[in-house]
Design a protein around this ligand. Structure first.
Ligand SMILES: Cc1cc2nc3c(=O)[nH]c(=O)nc-3n(C[C@H](O)[C@H](O)[C@H](O)COP(=O)(O)OP(=O)(O)OC[C@H]3O[C@@H](n4cnc5c(N)ncnc54)[C@H](O)[C@@H]3O)c2cc1C
Length: 565
């Protein structure tokens, strides 16, 4: 059995940042489904927030102002102490990344450049052209190599091992050999990313299935605020590849089929730089009311920015628009529609990333601390990954120094591994008539159409019925490939089990929340209801479906007020 003092699952920004922290003192290994630099964080384009005030228009910025924007953006559902903590760590974390070699774009005088982003009072989004996530990911990956972090690639973690309330390791499927492998550890940190693929029209990678959320949930860790799903305003029509908010930050316009900059009706003060929930709803309203273009899109117009600025600040966006939509943004507007983008909810943790299981932590998009509440601001997710990756790692280091019992749980780990073998045998042994890929597509379509930007009790009850039906049909699937080596047919079928469960959690949480708040916009309950719903949704696993309860929101300085932009 392999043993490492700390095991990190996931090599995106959160996982790598956590590993880089613990590896300074403890033997640390990463298990990851894909090679680190293929992690989804590499797709992040626009940038990462910090109240540095490097842009002359942002020199009045401060931790307090950034915190307020975050809390207001969250529609007052973020825990204010957690948001303030994240933002007070932001500038040091960005400098750390810079010192480790991250090639941020620069101001003329050589400081880290900052661009405006939605819902932000000041230009505070640090960027590296429009490939910020990729550069940050490479920087942290190099750092992890320098610190001798051992990386096991193409390992799909299928279970967490818990003994007497303590996490003692994980079980991973070696995707290449098809063998299950046992790993023992003193602490485990999940940085397994979001569940975007539960939805159709997602900007997320195919590997963003929320497998980490499901594993934790099934092991008794609650999922928090899962009904809050972010729809990004500008994904490319047809493929839903992201067109970064940085495009609007650099001055891009949103235009309907009448040639109007329609945001003047919805957010007159900030126009295209409203928070994402409001801009997405505005676009969808234009489309629904017949002011979109045929097929269901509006235009993102960058032409007035000029060739030079587009080539300098948004080269990746231009490439994507040319290659996937056949339009050159220098001469033509880009067809866009809202797409599923981010999960505000996730594995419930405290401010150190710690869950309700001793020794088990989560950070990044898979976790919910909560700092984003019901709507995340652009640029705050990359910040969340590096800050809470670091803080989880720090807490593990302190805790390890006081931990007296070591190398526990061998028999439980072996037993859990045998159970995983049985799960595979059972799954491969099913010879039903259902195709799991078809079930996946039906789930994704149901979620985007019925638990999407606009929802109602009636639509969500239909979605729930469908999900329960899909769960039944899942029992009758047939995995065609019965082999062991690199069996993606089996892996996709296995992931679907968890995705259906997450779809169930999202839908039940959304049905029960009878109000509109942030990204959760109900046609039958159109206003925010602080009296009854200023609280976090907590979903706990039971074999018959999620059990919903609620926990209080931490309010420190900012009393909830109506959000206006
Ligand atoms: C196109 C796009 C652009 C974005 N741009 C921005 C931006 O400009 N600014 C911003 O703040 N945010 C942005 N976001 C959001 C942000 O990029 C993500 O929320 C963030 O990068 C997630 O990082 P992570 O480390 O939590 O997870 P990921 O980067 O998704 O990494 C997850 C890791 O977990 C591993 N993994 C998952 N499950 C398993 C398993 N069962 N076993 C083993 N390994 C597993 C994967 O291999 C991967 O290494 C963007 C998102 C998208 C989709």
């Amino acid at each position: 059995m392999k043993y490492h003092e700390v095991i990190v699952v996931g090599a995106g920004l959160a996982g790598l940042r956590a590993a880089v922290e613990t590896a300074t003192e403890f033997d640390t290994a990463i298990l990851t489904q894909v090679p680190p630099v293929r992690s989804h964080s590499g797709a992040a384009q626009g940038g990462v927030n910090a109240p540095m005030g490097n842009n002359p228009a942002g020199k009045e910025d401060s931790v307090e102002k950034h915190t307020y924007d975050t809390v207001k953006g969250s529609d007052f559902l973020a825990d204010q102490d957690a948001a303030e903590l994240m933002i007070s760590e932001a500038t040091p974390c960005i400098y750390e990344m810079e010192h480790w070699g991250c090639p941020f774009s620069r101001t003329p005088e050589g400081k880290i450049a900052q661009r405006p982003f939605g819902g932000a009072g000041f230009p505070r989004t640090c960027y590296a052209a429009d490939k910020t996530g990729l550069y940050m990911l490479h920087t942290l990956w190099e750092r992890s190599v320098a610190l001798n972090v051992k990386t096991y690639e193409e390992r799909f973690v299928t279970d967490l091992v818990v003994e007497d309330g303590k996490c003692v390791g994980v079980i991973a499927l070696n995707m290449v050999t098809g063998d299950f492998e046992p790993y023992m550890a003193e602490a485990v940190i999940f940085g397994t990313g979001g569940p975007g693929q539960v939805y159709g029209r997602s900007t997320n990678a195919l590997i963003s299935t929320g497998s980490g959320n499901f594993i934790a949930y099934k092991r008794g860790v609650p999922l928090k605020d899962m009904e809050f799903i972010q729809f990004h305003p500008t994904s490319l029509f047809g493929t839903n590849i992201l067109m970064t908010e940085g495009a609007r930050g650099e001055g891009g316009y949103l235009v309907n089929n009448k040639g109007e900059r329609f945001m003047s009706k919805y957010a007159p003060t900030v126009m295209e730089l409203g928070p994402r929930d409001i801009v997405s709803r505005s676009i969808q309203t234009e489309i629904n009311e017949g002011r979109g273009f045929e097929g269901g899109y509006v235009h993102l117009d960058l032409r007035h920015l000029g060739r030079e600025k587009i080539l300098d600040r948004l080269p990746g966006i231009r490439d994507i628009a040319m290659n996937f939509a056949g339009v050159d943004p220098i001469d033509q507007p880009i067809p866009i529609q809202p797409g599923q983008h981010y999960a505000m909810g996730g594995i419930s943790t405290d401010k150190n990333g710690l869950t309700n299981i001793s020794g088990f932590y989560a950070a990044g998009e898979c976790a919910c601390v909560s700092v984003h509440g019901s709507n995340r601001l652009g640029g705050n997710s990359l910040l969340d990954t590096v800050v809470f990756g670091k803080l989880s790692g720090k807490h593990v280091k302190q805790w390890m120094k006081t931990k007296t019992d070591r190398k526990k749980g061998e028999s439980t780990i072996m037993k859990t591994m045998e159970d995983q073998e049985k799960v595979r045998e059972e799954l491969l042994g099913r010879n039903g008539s259902e195709n799991h890929a078809a079930i996946r597509e039906e789930m994704r379509e149901t979620m985007i159409l019925k638990v999407g930007i606009f929802r109602s009790g009636e639509m969500m009850q239909e979605a729930l019925k469908k999900i329960l039906d899909l769960k039944e049909r899942y029992k009758n699937i047939r995995v065609m490939n019965k082999g062991r080596k690199y069996n993606l047919d089996y892996l996709r079928a296995l992931e679907l089990d968890g995705m259906l469960e997450l779809a169930h959690v999202i839908t039940i949480g959304a049905i029960e929340r009878r109000e509109s708040r942030g990204s959760h916009s109900r046609l039958d309950y159109k206003t925010r209801d602080d009296v009854n719903f200023l609280k976090h949704t907590i979903a706990t696993y039971t074999p018959s479906g999620p059990k919903i309860s609620y926990s209080p929101v931490t309010i420190t300085k900012y009393q909830p007020v109506e959000r206006k932009y």
